[in-house]
Design a protein around this ligand. Structure first.
Ligand code: DGJ
Length: 468
């Protein structure tokens, strides 16, 4: 009997232990899954080490992410507008009167958009102890006290020299219209380069790619168009490579141009132009990925879509691979950046020199598909947000030492006097606070919010780590 009970008891004990083990295992698996689920909800799907970084960096950029309101009241148009302002009616026609005011060189509100020279900022004009403060829209002076001429530009950081190089269009000439229906232009002068250690104090390094004054068949001939230069470094060939938009005065050549240099400050040797992949190419940018593969992104098919494709290993040409993205969206002025493995891009609409609404896009692969996630402009006021703060995207620069934080670089074009176009640099964060809901589609992951914060005056946080 004792044996029988012992047998039963041991049978029972075996059964219990056989049942308990899977239960314990499944409980553990369940706990791990629950913890993972909550972690990914609260912190996102970061790479190793990203969770504390994003939380800390949010604290570091808290001031930049404050919503700063702007208000201005513009009365109905007064007397007659200048004939040029009437002709330049921008599309779409929302907020027409205010954009008309913006485009009217005789507007009584001109100073709101283009503050005069007395308000200029820069190292030589540092009367109000305003050192290192960015004032979007004000004249920005270099270390010689001259207005910076680097429009439609981009920035390259060169680790070897611990220096930032800002390349852009030098538009320091008279603005005119080649014919009655042509848009405002300045003859080609060349590409300027400025250097800085702190992103605020800029030294003029001169014209690194110069105009061709006499040879009318040359791409850089003064009566052509040379826009949106961007420079990247090729680690294999150890050369600095510049890509730019090359066009004729009527924007029918629609090509990219490529130039090469031994040093970041030039001189760049102009190589050639081409229509990439055999397509028309107007506003463009290039992007060097962490892998070292670089890409060109350009508006094509009459600006109705963007094309993206990898460059050859030497960055001097495109390969045969190309994808059409944002087809039918009519976007230009692409500015691309990457955060935590996701690609982001800010683009503008197509309205010549007149400002319009920016959109942010995101993609898991740079080759697409790209999803539009909405207007990133935050703060200011409705009109500011619908006009990208009266500016147009050109580049997005990662802030050193603060992952997820960037500088959004844009041009506030002044079509009445293009040399007096201004720079609008503002903090851009991925995943920060936002004052407008995010648009998304269930076919795609929920993208992080991209926000560009309006500030009249702002400064880089102390945590930005400059290697000087
Ligand atoms: C908009 C583009 O983004 C600028 O680079 C310039 O090409 C103007 N159009 C010319 O109207």
């Amino acid at each position: 009997m004792g044996n029988k009970y012992r047998k039963l008891a041991s049978l029972h004990g075996d059964a219990v232990s056989k049942c308990t083990l899977p239960i314990v295992v499944w409980c553990l698996v369940g706990c791990v899954l629950i913890i993972h689920f909550y972690t990914s909800i609260f912190y996102g799907d970061g790479e190793e080490g990203d969770i504390p970084v994003r939380l800390n960096s949010h604290l570091l950029t808290r001031d930049l992410e404050k919503i700063e309101e702007e208000s201005f009241f513009i009365q109905p148009p007064r007397v007659k507008r200048s004939p040029r302002a009437i002709k330049r009616k921008p599309k779409p026609k929302r907020h027409l009167s205010i954009i008309e005011e913006f485009l009217d060189e005789n507007s009584q509100f001109r100073h709101l958009f283009f503050p005069d020279r007395r308000m200029a900022v820069g190292p030589m004009n540092n009367t109000d102890n305003d050192e290192l403060n960015f004032y979007p829209g004000r004249i920005w002076l270099d270390t010689n006290g001259e207005p910076i001429q680097a429009h439609g530009g981009g920035i390259l950081y060169v680790d070897r020299f611990k220096t930032y190089y800002w390349y852009g269009e030098n538009k320091d000439g008279p603005t005119y219209h080649a014919h009655q229906r042509a848009s405002a232009r300045v003859d080609v002068i060349g590409i300027s380069c400025y250097s800085s250690k702190d992103l605020w104090t800029w030294k003029n390094e001169g014209i690194v790619l110069a105009v061709e004054q006499t040879n009318m068949t040359h791409d850089l001939y003064k009566l052509n168009v040379l826009e949106r230069p961007k420079v990247i470094y090729n680690d294999k060939t150890e050369k600095y490579i510049m890509w730019m938009h090359i066009d004729d005065a009527n924007y029918t050549k629609a090509s990219v141009g490529i130039a090469i240099s031994e040093t970041p400050v030039g001189p760049f040797e102009y190589l050639y132009s081409k229509q990439p992949h055999g397509f028309d190419s107007r506003d463009m940018t290039i992007f060097k990925d962490d892998s070292g593969i670089a890409y060109v992104i350009y508006s094509s098919e009459g600006n109705s879509e963007l094309h993206v494709g990898p460059l050859t290993d030497d960055y001097l040409d495109v390969t045969h691979e190309m994808r059409r993205i944002l087809v039918g969206h009519r976007r230009e002025a692409p500015a691309l950046f990457k955060y935590q493995g996701t690609y982001y891009m800010i683009t503008s609409g197509c309205s010549g020199w007149a400002p319009n609404e920016a959109l942010a896009h995101a993609a898991e692969s740079i080759m697409g598909p790209w999803e539009t996630i909405g207007n990133p402009c935050t703060g200011g006021n409705r009109i500011f947000r619908h006009t990208t703060f009266f500016a147009q995207s050109t580049y997005v620069l990662p802030l050193p030492g603060i992952p997820g934080s960037f500088i959004f670089m844009a041009d506030r074009w002044n079509p009445a006097d293009l040399r007096d176009s201004r720079y609008v640099w503002l903090p851009l964060t991925v995943g920060g606070a936002a004052d407008e809901p995010l648009e998304y589609s269930f076919r795609f992951p929920l993208w992080s919010r991209v926000s560009i914060y309006w500030h009249r005056k702002w400064k880089l946080p102390n945590a930005v780590s400059f290697n000087r």
